[in-house]
Design a protein around this ligand. Sequence first.
Ligand SMILES: [Zn+2]
Length: 145
Amino acid sequence: MATLLTATFPGDTEGQALLRKVKIAIANICGHGVSKKGVVLTAPKKLDKERDNLKDDYKKIWKECTIEYDPDETGASVLMSKRQIRLGPFFLRPSIRVTDLEEVILHEFLHVALDIKDRQFHHGLMTQILKYEIGYPEDSAAFVD
Ligand SMILES: [Zn+2]
């Protein structure tokens, strides 16, 4: 199961507001909420292995992912080898919507789940998947790595 590291989020109002939005975003993309321990069992249901060119074991990869807040992260990123998804202070802004976070989490997960080795081709494919297949309004590659 993927794990949301809830203790990494700041304890102040902004940090807890972000944590709440991240939890709703995860519930929206996975089809169920985050457990008290931060566990997310199901891989994102909004993705489709065939349509989206995902690795055969993408559900297993999801189980290895962690999602955390990192004060030193400029936008959002994923540490490929550790499957560590990190959200930075940019996302503390009240203007950040749940759908923005859904897109960002899917974006970072796709970096480790796409069955395409060359990372330079990832963003074009993500635009295809997130914007045109799933229908998110923004292009997530515009504000995250
Ligand atoms: Zn990216």
